[in-house]
Every structure is written in C-alpha cells, then in structure tokens.
Design a protein around this ligand. Structure first.
Ligand code: ADP
Length: 559
C-alpha cells in the first residue's frame, strides 16, 4: 500500500474490483477491461446464446435461458409450446437477478406465470433459466464446483486451469423440486454464503468432509465408484475453453477501447471463478463465471454469541494459495525479461553467423568493411543482452540463497529461481488444445472486422458511416442489396439493441448488434444452412476483400 502515492510504476498491479481501479500505463494488471460487464448473468447468457446459434451441440452445457423482462413473452410462449407437445414435461425454472451474487434474489418457479414481474423485475432485469432437476449427489446432497481459471492473455489466447477446485455443498438432503420444497434454499442453492447460515453447516477441518471440500476429494470418491474421471476432466476443460471463446470477442472490443493498439498501456491477466454443476449423468453444466472470485482463506467463527473470530480454512488455503502463487509465477515480469533477452541473444547469434558467411562468400575489401561494422554492432548487442541475462540469473541465485538452507535445492540453484517451488497447479489448456477448438472462434473474426471499422480509437460502437464503409470495402452491396437497404438494416438492428437498455453512454451499433447484422447478411448471401457455414463463408469473403484492399493501398503507398 502506498498511502502517500507512488511515483514509480509497478510490474504488477493487483486490483480489488476492476481494471479501472487506477490509471495504469505500463506493467500488468490483474483485471481485463470489460470483464465485470461480460460475466453479468444477462451478458454471459447473450454471449453463450450467440455461440449456441452457431454451434448448438457444442454449447449445450449452458441451460436454456431467457432474458427478462424483454423476452418474457417468448419464454411464456416457448414453455407453453413445449408443454403442449410433451404433456409429461414438468419443468422447473430458476430466476436470477442480473448482476446478483451469493444467491441474492434467486427463486424457483414451476410456470412462467409465477414470475414476479411487478416492480422489481422491471427495475432489475434478470435471467430465467431451466433448472437442472437431476444433479449429481454426494452424501445425498447437491453440490457445485468452483474452478479457478487464469486468462493469461487475450491475444494470443492463453488459458490455464487450476488442477484442484472447491466443492460447495447444500445443507439439506436434495429432493427434486416440487411446489412444496421450491423455497428451500438449503436444498436447492449451493451458495456458501447462504448455507453458512444453516444449522447443518459443517466447517471442514480437512479436505474430504464438511460443507466445503476440495474437488479432488470428490473425484477420488467418484473414481472409487468407477467413474471415468479423465473424461469428466476433459469435459470440464472443454466447457471452460468454449465459455472463454464466447467471451473473447466482446472483451477484445473493450480492450482496444481502453488500451488502444500502438499507445503505451499495460497488459492484462485475470483469475476467473467458474461455477459448474455436475448432472446425475456426470455432464458438467456452466452456472456462472465470477470476475472477482473470493480469495479468502479463512472463515468467521462465532466464539460466543455475537463474538466472531477469523480462523484459517484448510480447504480454501489448499486450493487458493496455489492459484495465486502460480498466477504470479506465470505472469512473472522477470521471467518474461529473461525470455526476451534469450530470444534476442539467439537473434544476434544467428545474425553474426550470417554476416560471417557473407564475408566468406564475398571477400571484396569494401564488402568486408561493411560486414565487419555490422558484426561489431551485433557483437556489442549480443554482449549487452548476455550481461543482462546473466545478471538476472545471478539475481535469481541470490534470491534462492537468501531463502535459507532448507529451501535451497543445491543441484537446481543455477537452473531456475523456481526450482524450489512445488510444481505448477495451473495447467495450460489453450493454446495446448487450440487445434480442437479454433473452428469455434468465428465471432472472434467477426469482432476483428467490427474493430477495424470502429475508426476513432476508444469507442465501442460502430457509427452508420463505419457500417457503410464495412459493406463497401467488403463488396457486400449489389443490385439485390442496395446502400439504402444497408442503412435500413443498420437502423433496425441498432435501434432494437439500444432499446434493450444495455449501454446508453455511446450511440451506435454495439458488437452484438453487428454480429446479428453479420448473421443476417450471411444468411442472405449463402442460402444453404447451417448458419456456422454461412457465417464462415462470409467471413472469408470479407477477409479476402480486405486483404486485397490492404495490398492495393500498400502498392499505392510505395508508388
Ligand atoms: P449467484 O451469482 O447469485 O450465486 P448462481 O447462478 O451461481 O447465482 O446461482 C446460485 C445457485 O443456484 C448455484 O450455486 C446453484 O446451486 C443454483 N443454480 C443456479 N442455476 C441453476 C440451474 N440452472 N439449475 C440448478 N441449480 C442452479
């Protein structure tokens, strides 16, 4: 803490709430701009729905959701229709206020007519979602999983998942929802903040028992029951990667607005909390993503009535300390510098060798002089970076020596300053599995087109001129689709998205509206579904024309 201000910049800024906690111009910040907005219940549901439109099977890990109040008529109509076609279907729905947390304001309903539309819903929008009636139970109790995920970088995308997480238990034995038990929060909601008030709550003194346990302890039990734990992990990893792929397009729009390319600014990373529910058939379902997961490693205990004390929580400590330690190891600025210096050394070594070859091949006097000069410059650079790298290695050695004999692994001391630390609990899953998931990143490419035409840096919405330029440069207008129709499309979609009251600060077309317009154009141009193929074809068409335009401009520029 710097109560009197700090003049020198830091390597890492650890903000409590959001990217905007301070004005930062360098280093790394532990929050992405726009992440808090992106993981709100409504925004997340919208982002996942866009992906469900493109890839319905791949995104079936998120319960069917409707946004209130605007989609209430749609919700009522769809439920009515499904009940008509299958009279044995007796669904339950869960209503969650947007931006709520810790179970605040959540309730279960059996029918759309039970929604408390008066008053609060109008002023506080919400998501209504199909309730998962058959969760996996352990000791007859419903539980959910909190997994920690590090989004290390947005461009290129880098994702890490913690090998262990938390399992948070309900405190009343689970029964499938009936009109009688709908209101029993200790049976249906797994939130720690709610269940802690139940008389049945057990503070865990080890990782395998009580109302909060490690996820690995649950996996051990499942494995002893014969469950394929490897498959379960791979399903969870796939859920996490797909969810982040759904969030990245809009995050990139926020990013370029707050940290415009080419201007000095920090880079970002963020620890996210994924809440996942396992269904009875072991399919993981995404409940929500937290941009500010609690990192507390102690809990309050009531010593005597009204007297509370903070006591350590071994389960939280086991999981969370490792997550923070490894996040710092992965974003370590010193490590980055060491890597950069090593890359530079390699670069200059290669160049030195090249110059020597050139001298050998062209032993003319004049040529030798010029090459000798180049060799000298490269050699100086090389020595300079070599010194800096060695300096870092010796700094690291000193750190290890300072740590004292118990922590000094002599054999490893010269190798790396991390040699004495436990192995990483954060496991890289992207780009490691990029090949399997890259085909899903269509909206990312649509967002790249959107950002290109935003024009003025710092905005997040596209004006009518930007949209027209996009249509013209990508050669999308023709005799069947006049510029007048382009304007009508822009106005129709933009007006509808702006009337949803998401962000009134700026006027213009937001990314989601642009994506809708793009899907419309794709369906118009390529008649045969599926939608993802139509969209992919249109993206390729646009990228081709823009690349040709760039080439032309480059040639003209040179000319
Ligand atoms: P909050 O941010 O208020 O915690 P969540 O979306 O995490 O909101 O929901 C709170 C709890 O409700 C979850 O921890 C879970 O136990 C339960 N829950 C949420 N959505 C569903 C659902 N679709 N099906 C079954 N249970 C759910």
């Amino acid at each position: 803490q710097f109560p009197f201000g700090r003049r020198l910049p830091c390597d890492i800024y650890w903000h409590g709430v959001s990217f905007h906690d301070n004005d930062i111009f360098s280093g790394q910040v532990n929050k992405f701009p726009g992440m808090t907005e992106m993981v709100r219940k409504i925004t997340l549901s919208r982002a996942v729905r866009t992906m469900q439109d493109l890839f319905p099977l791949e995104y079936n890990f998120y319960p069917r959701s409707w946004i209130l109040p605007e989609e209430f008529p749609l919700f009522a109509a769809e439920v009515h229709m499904m009940k008509d076609s299958d009279p044995s279907w007796k669904p339950t729905f869960i209503v969650k206020p947007d931006g709520g947390c810790q179970g605040d304001g959540i309730y279960l309903i059996k029918d759309p007519s039970d929604i408390r539309l008066t008053g609060s819903i109008q002023s506080r929008p919400a998501v209504v979602q199909e309730y998962i009636c058959k969760p996996l139970l352990v000791d007859k109790l419903k539980f959910d999983i909190r997994l920690y995920v590090l989004l290390k970088s947005l461009e290129p995308l880098e994702i890490y998942i913690a090998k262990d997480g938390l399992s948070r238990f309900c405190t009343e034995p689970y029964q499938e929802p009936t009109l009688k038990n709908l209101h029993q929060v200790f049976m249906h909601l797994t939130n720690y903040s709610l269940n802690i008030h139940s008389g049945n709550f057990i503070h865990s003194d080890n990782v395998n028992t009580g109302s909060k346990r490690t996820f690995s302890s649950i996996l051990c039990r499942l494995s002893s029951r014969g469950v394929d734990v490897k498959k379960l992990w791979s399903d969870i990893i796939s859920l996490v990667i797909k969810t982040i792929i759904a969030l990245t397009p809009e995050l990139k729009v926020y990013y370029q607005s707050d940290i415009p390319a080419g201007k000095p600014g920090p880079t970002c990373f963020q620890i996210l909390g994924f809440d996942i529910l396992l269904m009875k058939n072991l399919k993981p379902m995404l409940l929500e993503v937290n941009a500010n997961p609690s990192m507390r490693i102690e809990h309050e205990q009531e010593l005597s009535p009204g007297v509370f004390e903070n006591v350590p929580s071994p389960v939280d400590e086991e999981v969370k300390v490792a997550v923070i330690r490894d996040t710092l190891r992965l974003v370590d600025p010193q490590k980055k510098k060491r890597k950069d210096y090593l890359l530079l050394i390699i670069h200059y070594c290669k160049d030195l060798i090249n110059q020597c070859f050139i001298i050998k091949k062209n032993p003319k006097r004049q040529h030798i002089e010029s090459c000798k000069n180049k060799v000298n410059v490269r050699y100086n650079y090389f020595m300079c970076y070599r010194c800096q790298t060695l300096e870092h290695v010796s700094e690291a050695k000193e750190e290890l020596l300072d740590a004292g004999p118990a922590e000094r692994p002599d054999r490893d001391a010269g190798r790396s300053p991390e040699a004495g630390l436990p192995s990483l609990c954060l496991k890289q899953v992207f780009p490691k599995y990029a090949k399997q998931f890259n085909y899903l990143r269509l909206v990312d490419r649509v967002a790249a087109l959107f950002i290109r035409f935003l024009g003025v840096k710092g905005t997040t919405k596209l004006g009518p001129t930007g949209f027209r330029t996009f249509i013209r440069n990508c050669k999308l207008s023709n005799s069947n689709f006049s510029m007048a129709s382009v304007d009508i499309l822009y106005i129709d979609i933009t007006r509808r998205w702006n009337s949803m009251g998401i962000d009134h600060k700026e006027s213009g077309m937001c990314l989601q509206a642009f994506v809708e317009a793009f899907f419309c154009l794709a369906q118009k141009k390529y008649k045969s579904p599926p939608l993802h193929e139509q969209v992919a074809s249109l993206i390729e068409f646009c990228e081709y024309h823009l690349a040709a335009l760039d080439e032309k401009r480059l040639v003209c520029g040179r000319g």
